[in-house]
Design a protein. Structure first.
Length: 195
C-alpha cells in the first residue's frame, strides 16, 4: 500500500511539475522580452542623422504644377467630356443632346450645329426610320497647339454605332479648336477625322 501511495504521489508531483513548466514557458513567450527585428540604432549617434539627411536628399522632389499645366489638365478634361457628349446621339432623341452642349460652344459653332450638322444627321438617319445611335468614349487627349487665347486638341475616340440591329465599333480621332472668351474656354470647331 505504501508503494502505491508513493507512486501516486510521484505521478501527481510529476504532473504538477510538468504543468508549471508548460505555464512558465507559455508566460515567457507571451510576455517575455521580444527580439528586435532590425539593427539596433543609437538615436544620439551623429552618423545616423547624417544618413537620414542623405536619404531625404536622395528623394525625388517634383516641383508643383504651373498655372499653364493646371489649365491644360482642366481643358483636356473639358474636351474629353465635350467629345463624349458631342459624339453620342440617337435618332429617337432627334439629336436633341446637342442643345445641352451649346453653353460650351462659341456662337459660330452653335450656328453650324443648328444649320448644318444636325439637319444632315436628321436627313441621313430620320427619327421615323431605323433606330440609329452612336456612343463615344474619348480617353486620350493631346494638345497640338496652344497660346493664351486659342488651343487645338486631338482626341482619340472609341465609338460604337448601331443602325437597326447592325452594330459597328471603330476608332476615330477628332480635332477641337477652342478659344478663350473671358475666363472660359469654348469649342469653336470640331472636325471628325477619317475612321
Amino acid at each position: 500500500m505504501i508503494n502505491r501511495t508513493r507512486i501516486r504521489n510521484f505521478i501527481i508531483f510529476a504532473i504538477i511539475f510538468i504543468l508549471i513548466l508548460v505555464l512558465l514557458i507559455f508566460l515567457y513567450y507571451k510576455f517575455g522580452e521580444k527580439p528586435i527585428d532590425g539593427p539596433i540604432v543609437d538615436e544620439t549617434a551623429p552618423v545616423e542623422k547624417v544618413e537620414q539627411k542623405a536619404k531625404e536628399d536622395s528623394l525625388l522632389k517634383l516641383p508643383p504644377p504651373t498655372v499653364k499645366e493646371k489649365q491644360e489638365v482642366a481643358i483636356k478634361a473639358l474636351a474629353k467630356s465635350f467629345v463624349e457628349r458631342f459624339g453620342s446621339y440617337s435618332s429617337h432623341s432627334d439629336y436633341k443632346n446637342f442643345d445641352e452642349l451649346f453653353p460650351h460652344m462659341t456662337n459660330s459653332m452653335v450656328s453650324w450645329i443648328k444649320s448644318t450638322y444636325v439637319p444632315k444627321l436628321q436627313a441621313d438617319h430620320p427619327a421615323g426610320g431605323y433606330f440609329y445611335k452612336v456612343e463615344t468614349l474619348a480617353p486620350v487627349a493631346k494638345v497640338l497647339e496652344q497660346n493664351d487665347a486659342t488651343m487645338k486638341l486631338q482626341l482619340s475616340a472609341q465609338r460604337e454605332s448601331m443602325e437597326g440591329t447592325q452594330e459597328t465599333r471603330f476608332q476615330q480621332d477628332i480635332i477641337l479648336d477652342l478659344v478663350k472668351q473671358g475666363d472660359e474656354w469654348l469649342v469653336d470647331a470640331a472636325y471628325w477625322q477619317e475612321k
